[in-house]
Design a protein around this ligand. Sequence first.
Ligand code: DP6
Length: 360
Amino acid sequence: MTQKDFLPKQYADLPTEGKITWKAPSNIALVKYWGKKENQIPANPSISFTLDACATTTTVTFTKKADKTGFSFDLLLDGEPKEDFKPKIQTFFERVHDFLPFLKSYHFKIETSNTFPHSSGIASSASGMAALSLCLMDIEKQLDSSLNQQFFNKKASFLARLGSGSACRSIEGDLIQWGMHTGTAKSSDLFGIQYPYEVNEVFKNYHDTILLVHKGEKQVSSTVGHNLMHDHPFAQNRFKQAHGNLDKLKSIFSEGDLEKFIEIVESEALTLHAMMMTSMPYFILMKPDTMEIINKIWSFRKETKVPICFTLDAGANVHVLYPEAVKEKAIQFIQNELVAHCENGHYICDRIGNGARKLN
Ligand code: DP6
């Protein structure tokens, strides 16, 4: 598929008003997206578990307006106007306008809320852009009833990507790949796809306990971090490595080889942060407690052979991943040893999920 396939047909009559609500989850990457080309095209393919508990609910109320000269919207977070989110939505509308030409015909009231606190250090851009894209797709569906479910999800993912890259992996569950990879049939740089190969039962109910190590604002945004991969001395090898890791994951997923799974997931997390540390300018997002947690996970795994591992996103928080079968042992360990390293003892118990859903 190409971009052109997402350009809509001529619409029938536009409805005068309407209201739609979608809830979209966050996701956690196993192979990381870090580095992009123009138009939100990833420099390498990535794969993620769709989450369940960490999610954004967005209601879009739309009313037809007389002039079609520009975009018109209000943005509310937890019922309060949120001016500083508006530039990101404005950019998003500009990027997707060709694919959703009705955008200039309406005034939109976008009401959004997250299940996780805004200041938790958990990025809301993936779940937020996914929820908003689904609401907009829903409007398009009202204008063109011939859209089928498969295309609906694909285009929602395509639009979400233009808002925030990782958001394209937050439409469906439970294992989503985004980015061209020769080893994965139908993979695309334009949208995420459900992982098309066999996945062992052991990965079905995977858990992700998110340890909130540092809740403040990040020093460096993901967007800036991605840009620093241009002219990065290790970029080309890193991109190659991501392709290689996806190749390796194929048999790991089908065989349920947790040892090798852990090796790749932890290496990916540390490589992501190694890229940050070797950018120019360089930066470090991990905190001392991030390191303490990693070391404790390594010791615990060595002593007990319980297959629990970590991954990191672009921040100090640690995602602790483990299969359903060791849930009790893992939670006990987390509570006894790791929670002490969380800011105010805060953590979130999440697990792999089935993707976004409509609420009204
Ligand atoms: C480290 O999707 O937040 O979480 O496309 O600029 O919005 P933009 O970036 P974003 O980057 C996410 C980076 C990551 C890894 C990942 O989720 O794959």
